[in-house]
Write a protein that binds this ligand. Structure first.
Ligand code: PEP
Length: 245
């Protein structure tokens, strides 16, 4: 079974558009064997609740339970909203909002402790040479998972997202993504246990669309894709779901 994760980012800005996109996505997802997970902006979660019976995620969360934290959304607030997944460590949050690995680590631990599944994003800034996976990927994983108990590792999906490929139309090659997946599994295997490394789900993200989605999902060792801009386009994303099957 492959994962197709939709990160709507802030592309959708009205309830009307959110509802239409949920509806179309659900219809395709119901007919597919893939795990389709939609991660809308927070205000649209109640729109989904009425219409959506599949997996739902959010694009960020705060690590404390409650208190004087102006503007934050806590895990506790999400508990009765059918939210199962949380995207953490996305490069847009790391770059535009200054999220450090220390912050990502706090969020990862809090989300797992509260029973959520984590989609952890890692990736390098500059385009690399063929088959060379930058060590920053292992450094991020080590820092972001610091102190995470081994029992929680099966609740993590790692999204390998080279930053230079996000939103640029320049996707990485499936072979490079495969090499990155091996490297990620080895890093987690070294940190915990080979079995946990082998078992972890690794996704590719970065300019995935209907033209290249099959190249990635059909490649050995890639468990699915995290899709940004293409997931906010109704026809494009439903086409992708149908293609993956
Ligand atoms: C992302 O933001 O996770 C992403 C992969 O974006 P895009 O598909 O737009 O490159």
């Amino acid at each position: 079974m492959k994962y197709l994760i939709a990160n709507w980012k802030a592309y959708i800005t009205s309830h009307k558009d959110a509802k239409a996109l949920f509806k179309a996505t659900q219809a395709s997802a119901e007919a597919s064997m893939s795990e389709v997970i939609i991660c809308p902006p927070f205000p649209f979660i109640p729109d989904v609740k009425q219409n959506w019976d599949m997996a739902l995620g959010v694009q960020d969360v705060f690590w404390e339970e409650k208190g004087a934290y102006t503007g934050e959304v806590t895990l506790e607030m999400l508990k009765n909203l059918n939210v199962e997944y949380v995207i953490l460590g996305h490069s847009e949050r790391r770059n535009y909002l200054g999220e450090t690995d220390e912050v990502v680590n706090k969020k990862v631990k809090a989300a797992l402790k509260a029973g959520f599944k984590v989609i952890l994003c890692v990736g390098e800034k500059e385009r690399k040479e063929e088959n060379v996976i930058p060590t920053i990927v292992a450094e991020q994983i080590r820092a972001d998972l610091d102190g995470v108990p081994k029992t929680k590792i099966p609740n993590i999906l790692v999204a390998y997202e080279p930053i230079w490929a996000i939103g640029t139309g320049l996707s990485d090659t499936p072979e490079n993504a495969h090499q990155a997946a091996l490297y990620i599994r080895k890093t987690i295997g070294d940190m915990y246990h080979t079995k946990l490394g082998v078992g972890i789900k690794v996704l590719y993200g970065g300019s995935v669309n209907s033209k290249n989605v099959l190249d990635f999902v059909n490649y050995h060792g890639i468990d699915g894709v995290l899709v940004g801009s293409a997931s906010a386009k109704k026809d494009e994303f439903t086409k992708m779901i149908k293609m993956v099957g």
